[in-house]
Design a binder for this molecule. Structure first.
Ligand code: FAD
Ligand code: HEM
Length: 384
């Protein structure tokens, strides 16, 4: 036990060994994730039936959601600094589910029992201990985050504008009924009690904080997606949504003097737009290069706005990119390929936002360009 802040080193002597054990043991059950998730939930609900009430009525489509989320979060132990901030924020955010401290133990025990059951005789004591240590650490950080926050667990917000900007993209403005403080670049969980009670999904806030507290969201409806479809097609002006605590590390470091590269794919533009708006309030010295990519030109839904910004602020350049539009006359390809063609970028701060696939490709490209990891900001702990 440590007296000071809880760190990975307090719990285990060798963090790389812990990572190895978590990864190695996960490969034993990875292919049985669906069944493992079913088993995990059954154990939780059997131990504490009241926990079922926290989840959406139908869980078929997203059976592995909590399980996948916990496994990803626990394994992020390899990046202690991001891990710490993320888990504290996640703990604050989990207050929206009314999670009680002792329920962390119920969930942790169910997780380890299910892993043990599915890995059969290949499960070792070392694996058991590694999952206990990592889960315990994550749970303690989440609880510490929840306890230190005296803001509401969630806010009601009224939808005051709602506009379709492309076939499956809507931009809506929400006015929280009470003060909600956040930083440009952060995201929040949203629930629509009218359309999908208890289904919370994360959306980036697309503007820098305003005096009237309103927040813009850019939402793309995914084919089978629950909440995104409702937010794009069914939500109307006047509807109430619920918004949980702001999270995310993709914020500007005002002390940095380095020039900036923004890489945004589709509605991944939202947090970047907020950061750009913040920069317009104070930037006089940093060049900002913005790469905005989509499949085709109709999905470059905010291009006119970005071009107007670039005409107003001499420090900003905007490069629009299409990956699948034969009639497009501009840059063609994936964002990461185009950014690699432009460079060199060794002295820049990077902000990357988009689908998990886009983020993975961008991180690979930036590694090849020898951009230090510490200069790259992105938020992708779960599905985007
Ligand atoms: C940090 C963060 C910020 C985010 N910000 C935004 C934002 O600003 N705007 C925005 O539109 N979204 C954003 N997302 C994604 C958002 O949280 C949801 O995942 C998305 O809207 C889908 O939710 P859903 O309920 O409609 O789909 P779900 O019900 O969760 O998914 C239903 C099915 O859709 C499919 N599916 C889910 N995600 C994808 C995908 N990305 N591509 C293809 N198929 C998929 C899966 O097969 C899944 O089974 C963000 C995600 C993260 C983690
Ligand atoms: C270390 C412990 C835990 C971690 C890392 C974790 C992480 C996460 C993450 C990342 C999500 C998805 C993001 C979101 O919807 O906000 C999630 C969802 C959720 N979590 Fe947790 N969680 C933990 C413990 C718990 C506990 C103890 C409970 C309650 C008993 C709980 C209840 C939920 C619920 C109800 C959801 C929504 C799931 C859904 O939509 O199907 N979590 N969790």
């Amino acid at each position: 036990m440590c007296d000071g802040p809880i760190t990975v080193e307090c719990i285990v002597a060798d963090v790389s060994d812990l990572q190895r054990l978590l990864k190695e043991s996960w490969t034993l059950v990875e292919e049985q994730q669906e069944r493992l998730a079913g088993n995990f939930y059954a154990r939780i609900f059997l131990k504490q039936p009241a926990i079922r009430e926290m989840f959406p009525v139908t869980m078929d489509v997203q059976r592995a959601r909590l399980l996948g989320a916990i496994v990803t979060a626990v394994q992020a132990v390899e990046d202690p600094e991001r891990f710490d901030d993320y888990l504290r924020a996640l703990g604050r955010d989990h207050r929206k589910f009314h999670v009680q401290a002792e329920q962390y133990e119920v969930v942790g025990a169910a997780l380890i029992e299910s892993l043990r059951a599915f890995a059969n005789e290949e499960w070792t004591l070392e694996y058991d201990q590694a999952w206990r240590d990592a889960y315990d650490l994550a749970a303690r950080k989440m609880l510490a985050g929840a306890e230190s926050d005296c803001n509401p667990a969630w806010w009601h917000g009224e939808v005051i504008t709602h506009e379709r900007r492309a076939r499956d993209i809507a931009v809506m403005t929400v006015r929280p009924l009470q003060q909600l403080n956040y930083r440009a670049g952060q995201y929040v969980s949203i629930e629509s009690p009218t359309h999908h009670p208890r289904v919370w999904r994360t959306y980036s806030i697309a503007n820098a904080p305003r005096a009237d507290g309103t927040m813009d969201f850019h939402v793309r409806a995914l084919g089978a997606g629950w909440l995104s479809g409702a937010l794009v097609r069914r939500v109307r002006v006047g509807d109430l949504v619920r918004v949980a605590s702001p999270m995310g590390s993709m914020v500007l470091d005002r002390r940095s003097t380095r020039d900036i590269v923004f890489m945004a794919g589709g509605t991944g533009l939202a947090p970047i737009r907020a950061l750009l708006e913040e920069l317009t309030r104070f930037n006089r010295t940093r060049w900002v290069h913005m790469f905005f990519g989509a499949r085709d030109r109709s999905d470059l839904y905010e291009l006119p706005y970005l071009q107007t910004l670039a005409e107003t602020y001499p420090w900003l350049s905007v490069v629009p990119i299409c990956s699948h539009d034969p009639s497009w006359g501009g840059e063609v390809g994936n964002i990461s390929d185009v950014v690699s063609r432009f460079g060199p970028w060794r002295k820049h701060d990077f902000f990357v936002s988009g689908s998990p696939a886009m983020i993975r490709a961008s991180l690979r490209a930036l590694r090849n360009l020898q951009v230090p990891h510490t200069r790259i900001r992105y938020d992708a702990f779960s599905d985007h």
